[in-house]
Design a protein around this ligand. Structure first.
Ligand SMILES: [Zn+2]
Length: 67
């Protein structure tokens, strides 16, 4: 079974050396250029982290209110 990662994530062109880099790879494997924008997947992880922080904060506020 062949897993086509290009189909799932797409590619973007490296501005430094014009190589097609998989979108899930934040660094160009050819020249080492680092893409400034996070991939949608990483943005999702960050969103979940922020949501978790909010839930913990609300739980702390609620426990302080009950006491
Ligand atoms: Zn490159």
């Amino acid at each position: 079974m062949k897993i086509d990662t290009d189909r799932d994530f797409g590619t973007r062109e490296c501005p430094a050396c014009a190589t097609e880099v998989p979108a899930n790879n934040n660094r160009c494997p050819i020249c080492g250029y680092e893409f400034p924008n996070p991939t949608p997947m990483q943005r999702g992880v960050r969103l979940w982290g922020a949501l978790l922080m909010l839930v913990i904060l609300l739980a702390l506020m609620f426990s302080a209110m009950v006491r």
